[in-house]
Ligand binder design. Structure first.
Ligand code: HEM
Length: 308
């Protein structure tokens, strides 16, 4: 077992910028070596580096940003897989999409693993200063995903579903319940910033400006990067989260929010995702690579060019 040295950002629990193409742009032809390397490291770099964070603020800011960035990269891959299910009922695409959706659910749990108090003191004010009505509705990469998930449910409402579609729809429902549960955990009895400021009608639909503000908050910039680079950035963030989970656990002893989980909403399926968080994230990373037919790096390359 090799040590999983911190190789994400400038220091442990640092964040990095995310670079994505616009959600409607796909650029395929490129060298997938970076993604192959990341895939290989998923299996080989598994030892705990044992570097604890120096504060709760450092740890949970890292989790909030890295988890949201990973979700954003993931949505681009998920969008394509859902399209293949909708247009051709492709079983492998449905299985990839299911693993990606469960990965997204775990990322919600991971980003939302801070206490209600810390969320109210650290995250919500920062988003509110970026824009008083800051909302996930300005996540431009999620818009096509939401439309395809709705189309999927509509398409199979009256039609017999193959088991793999059934399973995919169940993952989508599980994901919706997880989002609701995280919202109730972090903002109990209160409204989202968008609703609290009575801006739902005017700002519920994203504009070019609100989309840029949302991207900027999560250090996301838009360039024509290839799909393999999107997968590479997703896997590197999943590896960083797994490293954190190995070191600190999902609910670190000193700053645990375990008891704040809303019992009525934290159903058995969410508990299973939570318990198997690391494995679900790993399966999600593999599904993203499989969607692009990316294999782990070959041994020859491993010996010659591997980063330190
Ligand atoms: C953990 C990270 C989170 C992610 C990645 C996320 C993502 C999203 C996305 C993509 C949307 C737009 C799609 C939709 O309307 O379903 C959304 C909407 C929404 N989210 Fe979240 N969310 C997160 C945390 C939260 C939290 C902590 C709350 C607590 C208030 C929350 C409450 C809402 C609400 C109420 C909406 C509907 C629109 C609005 O009123 O702003 N979410 N979220």
């Amino acid at each position: 077992m090799s040590l999983d040295a911190w190789d994400f950002g400038d220091y442990p629990y640092a964040n990095m910028p995310l670079v994505l193409p616009d959600p409607n742009v796909r650029y395929d032809g490129a060298d997938p070596r970076g993604a192959s390397d990341e895939l290989e490291l998923l299996d080989t770099a598994t030892g705990d580096p044992g570097v604890p964070p120096d504060s709760a603020e450092r740890l949970f800011w890292f989790r909030w940003i890295v988890g949201n960035q990973a979700a954003t990269a993931l949505w681009q891959i998920l969008d394509d897989e859902l399209e293949l299910v909708l247009s051709g009922e492709v079983p492998s695409a449905a299985r990839n999409a299911e693993a990606l959706l469960d990965g997204y659910s775990v990322l919600l749990i991971y980003s939302g693993s801070l206490t209600t108090e810390l969320y109210a003191r650290l995250i919500r004010p920062a988003m509110g200063l970026q824009h008083r009505s800051f909302t996930g509705r300005w996540a431009q990469d999620y818009v096509p995903v939401m439309a395809r998930l709705q189309a999927l449910r509509t398409a199979y409402r009256k039609r017999a579903r193959p088991p793999f579609v059934d399973s995919l729809i169940a993952a989508s429902k599980r994901n919706h319940r997880t989002h609701m549960a995280i919202a109730a955990k972090l903002v109990p009895g209160e409204e989202s910033l968008l609703r609290a400021n009575h801006d739902l009608a005017s700002l519920g639909v994203a504009t070019a400006d609100t989309i840029r503000l949302y991207d900027a908050f999560y250090s996301t910039s838009r360039e024509l990067v290839p799909r393999a680079k999107v997968v590479e950035q997703l896997i590197s963030r999943i590896r960083a989260s797994r490293r954190d989970l190995r070191t600190n656990g999902l609910y670190p002893a000193n700053w645990s929010s375990w008891h704040e989980r809303p019992a009525g909403m934290w159903d058995e399926e969410i508990q299973t995702l939570e318990r198997d968080a690391t494995d679900v994230l790993t399966a999600c990373a593999r599904a993203a690579a499989a969607a692009l037919h990316i294999q782990p790096a070959q041994p020859a390359h491993r010996n010659g060019e591997r980063r330190s």
